[in-house]
Design a binder for this molecule. Structure first.
Ligand code: UDP
Length: 239
């Protein structure tokens, strides 16, 4: 069996990935494909914490742009992340993988409330944990929630699944001369404004020494490839 490069990872999946080819919402086939990959990674002995975004359902900034109160709009975005987390938990469980949603906002009749000790306990029991509701606070994103949970749970790396196979010097879809990096530093990301994650998330990962591994989660099998040190990805490190 493939030997994982990292023992405990935090995998950030944006809500948009779960839409598959649909324009909105949750495509269960896509959730199933990502779940299969997570199960394969867990079978190598790696411990996996997930953070799932909510952009496939609702984004606070979009609501605010239409005149909604930003705090209420962000709370709606936070609820969207819980919906995605529940969908993923259901699919993982149906496939035989023990998974627990831990929400940053208490909703005890729906799922467990996030606590550091609970997260560590479930991971050590071999369960996949899904950290829902981001940071639980408006004006933040699930990228920041992912960096926060990665630091709290002492993860060896934050896997940022995107739609491109790494960090580029410019948008490769717009600039054919864009250069892809195998390695880059957090400070280069911040000073060149390479927006792979929001700056707060980058600073949290940098200050806590957690490498961020950027790869295309749309490519089937990519999570396992990257976990075993193969395939295309960019590693973002302190120096
Ligand atoms: N959100 C928030 N605080 C958090 C995490 C998320 O307010 O800690 C809200 C915010 O409105 C955001 C939405 O939830 O637009 C969905 O999260 P995000 O945009 O990070 O999802 P993704 O782009 O990864 O799908």
């Amino acid at each position: 069996m493939t030997k994982p490069v990292y023992k405990r990872i935090l995998l950030k999946v944006s809500g948009e990935v779960l839409m598959g080819q649909q324009p909105y919402g949750i495509d269960l086939d896509t959730v199933g494909r990502v779940a299969d990959e997570i199960i394969a990674c867990a079978a190598t002995g790696a411990q996996i914490a997930l953070v799932i975004g909510g952009g496939n359902i609702f984004r606070g900034l979009a609501g605010a742009a239409k005149g909604m109160d930003r705090v209420s709009a962000d709370h709606m975005g936070i609820m969207a992340t819980v919906m995605n987390a529940l969908a993923m938990q259901g699919v993982l469980s149906r496939k035989g993988m023990d998974a627990r949603v831990l929400s940053a906002i208490a909703m005890p009749t729906v799922c467990e409330t996030y606590a550091h000790s609970k997260g560590i306990y479930h991971l050590e029991q071999g369960r996949v944990i899904i950290c829902a509701a981001g940071t639980g606070l408006p004006f933040f994103t699930t990228d920041t929630g992912a960096a926060l949970r990665a630091a709290e749970l002492s993860c060896d790396a934050l896997f940022k699944g995107t739609s491109v196979d790494g960090v580029y010097s410019a948008d490769p879809k717009k600039d054919p001369a864009a250069r892809r990096y195998d390695r880059i530093t957090f400070n280069e990301i911040l000073s060149n404004d390479l927006r792979i994650m929001d700056p707060a998330a980058i600073a949290l990962a940098r200050d806590n020494g957690i490498p961020v591994v950027v790869f295309s989660i749309r490519k089937p099998g990519a999570i396992m490839e990257v976990l075993s040190g193969n395939g295309l990805y960019t590693t973002v490190t302190k120096d």
